[in-house]
Design a protein. Structure first.
Length: 278
């Protein structure tokens, strides 16, 4: 038996038809979040989060995730579509026309060291005409793969790039910032040009702001001429004040833009579940 804790669970009081529902799972360092959304209705049925240890062997990871879902009566392999989002700092984008699947590991060499216990995955993102190549711990990937063989695997950077593409409007500069633990996932569109996709770490609020401003400076984007969209983990009041001190246009991203959300979810901050809703 694995050890896990159901941190949050919000759901509608209705029967869910698995064959008409898509599941999204976001694997993180200390557990995973998930959502269930109707394919046709676009109605949010379930959103939740488990805290659990996914650092063990392949069978341990597989059984822990299986037990988590079994505890809330969910048989994950029955859903029409399943997307697994892998949070990683080892991600690089390759133009689709230049991508060679035999060179996946080579693409990562300039930006990250790939260890022997990691696998390199790739996924085409048609919206930005590029391929996301990323490394992920082998035991986590294999543990989930055994459970749900037909799932789509992607990095968090692909989720963010797709969302930013959809809402950028192509008429302005858009910087999407996803906060998770002590890291920021950044996605920048300059007009209709996919300019940057990166993850930075920080220790203090000052570090966070400095790193953001440095990215804008390096990409030659004026703080007066960028739409800064924030999401992910909760932002402190000090962080929000400092962001608004240096950047003119700061607002929250809306992952629920195309999803029907009922009153059952009024008590939850759905920004925290951006990567399984967007």
């Amino acid at each position: 038996m694995g050890t896990f804790n159901l941190k949050q669970l919000y759901k509608v009081d209705t029967d869910i038809v698995a064959a008409e529902t898509r599941m999204s799972i976001c694997l993180q360092a200390n557990g995973f979040s998930f959502s269930l959304i109707g394919n046709d209705s676009q109605k949010l049925y379930v959103v939740g989060e488990f805290e659990c240890d996914l650092s063990g062997t392949i069978p341990t990871v597989m059984n822990t995730i299986k037990e988590c879902f079994a505890s809330i009566g969910v048989k994950m392999f029955r859903f029409a579509n399943i997307r697994v989002v892998c949070t990683t700092q080892k991600n690089v984008w390759v133009p689709y026309k230049l991508f060679d699947i035999e060179k996946k590991k080579d693409y990562l060499k300039p930006v990250a060291e790939v260890h022997g216990n990691e696998t390199v995955l790739s996924n085409v993102c048609e919206k930005v005409d590029a391929v996301s190549v990323f490394a992920y711990p082998m035991h986590k990937y294999s543990g989930v793969k055994i459970l749900i063989n037909k799932a789509e695997y992607c990095s968090q950077q692909q989720v963010l790039a797709e969302y930013a593409y959809d809402i950028s409007g192509f008429s302005c500069n858009t910087l999407l910032v996803n906060k998770r633990q002590n890291a920021l996932d950044l996605t920048l569109f300059k007009g209709n040009t996919f300019t940057l996709s990166n993850t930075i770490t920080y220790d203090t609020t000052e570090d966070m702001i400095y790193n953001l401003l440095f990215v804008l400076q390096q990409t030659e984007v004026d703080t007066e001429a960028v739409k800064l969209l924030i999401t992910g983990d909760n932002y402190t009041e000090a962080e929000l004040q400092m962001l608004r001190r240096y950047v003119k246009d700061v607002s929250y991203a809306n992952p629920m833009e195309n999803i029907r959300v009922g009153v059952e979810f009024d008590e939850v901050n759905l920004q925290n579940y951006f990567l399984v809703l967007a």
